[in-house]
Design a protein around this ligand. Structure first.
Ligand code: ADP
Length: 492
């Protein structure tokens, strides 16, 4: 469980945390955007309605000013055709009564208020029905307008689609309400709201706009895309981390393997010395004794023969020890399979990349420029050969100044064999040393074991190939590894 939390759990937690943080940020951004849109729409609605109702005041004032007295010209009768919101215009001559007897009292009261304030005044108000009457008290004629609220709304300029918009807009006065657009009925968890009185002294109706926000308003598409992007990013990061861990492990294993090999070699050498010491000492003692006996004036031939016989037996024992040892260190064949030479080079170069960079060695190997060369090889053995050759080249390059340190690698296919050529610009190999290079324990390096090239040659031979060394073209050394081609030289 602990390990799960540390590995997989940690990644899941990171995903969850980042997803939630991103979702919250996206949701907040969306809410701010919706809030902005709502405020703008509500402000426009308020301004439009205010402009409309102010026109009613202006109409009344104009009628009072243009009072036609007793003439028969009645311009107010044509007002309804110009202002669809004005259903009817009533006039009351001085001393007469209001023609709308049903509301005469309210009209009279409003007229009195209008006279006192010198402004039009609201007489009757029936918001549920969307009707009200507006009066101006003037001399000699007072006027009243019957107004239809539904026709007051300027739909042409209206900022919302009244059927679709989620915003509810109503006009309110006291506990009366006229709904302009119903908005979305669903009550949201969050609400935006605005209440603002229309900019008219006589028609002080409140414009009330509200919008409920539900979870459906959150930007789910973008949140899902974000969650996926985070998952992809973290998945990539995790794969990269795994890859890096695997590489580190492989490098560590390789290092351990090398250490183990060296240790085993030490053991082997000690054992060999111990096992051989005894028979060799006996051979020496017996042959010396035989020589002494033969040197006598009267050589004791029988005893000398017996001593030589002993020496032969001991020498056979020594040969047996060596034979046993040889059988013990024989490698089980790894089995060959088609391998692309360039890929083996890549793998070995990958391991040694930091080493090359540290020593300032320029490696020229353009795998893409060469057709893949498929050979039959044991991948592990092949990689080991390339690794050893590269290590040798790096060591040879230590002897030359950094700007001259170069390694060039190329792969080519012949009729039946594929060849890997690895040249360096290092110290090179003296021609007289060339024949000894692949002998076990041949080394010119202080602390060198002299087993690397010998092992590489054996491995190449076991795979049906060969390893050769040549002096480099200008200077340095060149090693050529030849391996049988795997069928046709096709792209894998
Ligand atoms: P070691 O590296 O332990 O000396 P090797 O078998 O790998 O054993 O190499 C044997 C010898 O071959 C080295 O000591 C060195 O003299 C010579 N040698 C190998 N590779 C190169 C090279 N690239 N340039 C010059 N000399 C080399």
């Amino acid at each position: 469980m602990k390990r799960w939390l540390r590995t997989r759990g940690a990644w899941w937690l990171a995903w969850l945390g980042l997803t939630l943080a991103g979702a919250a940020w996206l949701a907040q951004g969306e809410l701010l955007r919706l809030r902005d849109a709502f405020d703008t729409e509500a402000r426009i609605a308020h301004r439009l309605l205010s402009q409309q109702v102010v026109q009613h005041d202006a109409v009344l004032v104009t009628l009072a000013l243009l009072d036609s007295g007793a003439t028969n010209a009645r311009p107010e009768q044509r007002l309804s055709s110009v202002y669809p919101s004005i259903l009817a215009v009533q006039r009351r001559e001085h001393g007469a009564d209001w023609s709308d007897a049903a509301h005469a009292a309210a009209l009279a009261a409003a007229e009195t208020r209008s006279r006192a304030s010198h402004h039009p005044a609201l007489a009757t108000l029936d918001l549920p029905a969307g009707r009200y009457q507006l009066v101006i008290g003037a001399e000699p004629t007072s006027y009243a307008l019957d107004i239809d609220l539904a026709a007051t709304v300027p739909w042409r300029d209206w900022p919302m689609d009244p059927a679709q918009s989620p915003v509810r807009v109503a006009l309110e006065h006291g506990d009366q309400r006229f709904v302009i657009q119903p908005g979305r009925a669903a009550e949201g968890r969050w609400r935006f709201g605005m209440r603002k009185t229309l900019a008219s002294e006589s028609q002080n109706l409140d414009l009330v706009a509200s919008r409920g926000i539900t979870v459906a308003d959150l930007p789910w598409g973008r949140i899902a895309a974000w969650a996926l992007a985070v998952a992809a990013l973290l998945g990539g990061g995790r794969a990269l981390q795994r890859q890096r861990t695997a590489r580190r492990r492989a490098e560590e294993l390789l290092r351990l393997g090398q250490v183990a090999r060296l240790n085993a070699l030490g053991e082997l050498a000690a054992g060999m010395a111990h096992e051989l010491n005894q028979p060799l000492t006996a051979v020496l003692a017996n042959t010396q004794a035989a020589r002494r006996l033969l040197d006598d004036d009267e050589p004791d031939l029988d005893t000398a023969r017996s001593a030589m016989g002993q020496a032969v037996t001991q020498a056979r024992r020594a040969a047996e020890v060596v034979g046993r040892l040889r059988r013990a260190v024989e490698r089980p064949g790894g089995g060959v399979q088609p391998v692309v030479l360039q890929e083996a080079v890549h793998a070995a170069l990958h391991l040694l990349e930091p080493e090359c960079a540290k020593r300032g060695v320029a490696v020229r190997f353009d795998a893409a420029a060469q057709a893949p060369v498929r050979v039959l090889a044991d991948p592990v053995a092949l990689e080991q050969i390339v690794h050893n050759l590269l290590m040798n080249a790096l060591q040879a390059l230590e002897e030359v100044p950094p700007p001259q340190r170069r390694i060039a690698i190329d792969a080519s296919a012949g009729a039946d064999t594929g060849t890997l050529r690895l040249s360096d610009s290092g110290v090179g190999i003296a021609p007289e040393l060339l024949p000894k290079l692949f002998e076990p324990f041949f080394s010119t390096r202080a602390g060198g074991l002299g087993l690397g090239l010998s092992l590489c040659e054996t491995l190449a031979g076991e795979m049906g190939g060969a390893l050769r060394a040549r002096p480099g073209q200008a200077h340095g050394a060149c090693f050529e590894l030849e391996l049988p081609l795997a069928g046709r030289n096709a792209t894998p």
